[in-house]
Write a protein that binds this ligand. Sequence first.
Ligand code: FES
Ligand SMILES: [Fe+2]
Length: 378
Amino acid sequence: MPPMLNRDDLHAATAPLNRARSMPAGFYTDPAIFAAERQQILLKRWFFLAREEQVPNPGDYLTFDTAGGPVILIRGQDGKARVFANYCRHRGSILVEGEGNCSRIVCPYHAWSYLSDGTLYGCPDMKDAEGFDRTENGLVPLRMESWAGFIFATYNRDAPALIDCLGDLPRRMASHKLNDMACTWRITLAPNCNWKLILENAMETYHTGVVHKDSVGAQQSRTLPTQGDWLCIQVISGRSIATLPGTQPPPFPAIDGLDDDARQGTYFTVIHPSLQFAVAQDCMWWLNVTPLAHDRSLLEIGGCFPKQTLDDPDFEAKAKPYYDRWELVGREDVGILEKQQKALGSVAYKPGPLSWRDDQVQAIGIWVLDQLEGRMPG
Ligand code: FES
Ligand SMILES: [Fe+2]
């Protein structure tokens, strides 16, 4: 048990749902808990970066903050995408920021330069450095694997293969044909709240009729069983909920060949530790949470459509209601989560009782606790 959390509080938080309480405030507000999560979860697990088509050409790069520091995703001249720690092997400057294309990565400090496969290429005035071997001073690679076009990386050389972590997620989403989709839009928000609050929020529909009363409105969901390192609910609706209810009908058609379950609604997921896929009848969007501190996170929302849909001559106009909905709802959630984070800081805080609609809120907390206690998820 994490020593900084009270045993009775944890007992109450992990009790059967009809008797369970919220996690103690420290779970969300204590820097020591965050440090433990970073070591035992965030630096051990796979984290999502981007889709393959976001770096289509040799030299294309994207940069990201991660729980383990800044990284760069860059496609080499050989066509292979790679992920490197985004720091210079001389004295550690960030190498590149934002996104773009370059034939060489040139450090902005003393102009060491690297090829897009990470090889150190230029290093002025290093002739006298004893024992200096440029082949040993290339960019530091991270392990990278992709599934269905989604690129993940990890700092852990011993992490199980990505596909093994995904368990039965590929089977559950097979009829959506995610590998045939392309990312067309993304936005990054920077909520001042704990990373777990963001995940919890997207896994319950208890709040939607309140926080989103003027946008998506009230919803109902059911929890689906999963195998592997992920959780899943389905928000029930025969039409896609990727646009607001006022946009009737959704501008894009349902994906051909959706299976019976997929036709019934939108899957919302947590892919442990901090990625969420929302997969609707006509598109998918991700909520990629990057935990930066106990009270600071990044939330990237990225939208993808079937490549066939992109061929629609009116694609941009038809896609706008989707983009507007994702951003509006994301901002509504961030608004309430920042209020929640602030209140969790009250010295008078006592964990409150959970509703039956909070089952996945509890499941997320229990998964994290299990990792901190060194047990494998059950
Ligand atoms: S820190 Fe990059 S060249 Fe000196
Ligand atoms: Fe929400």
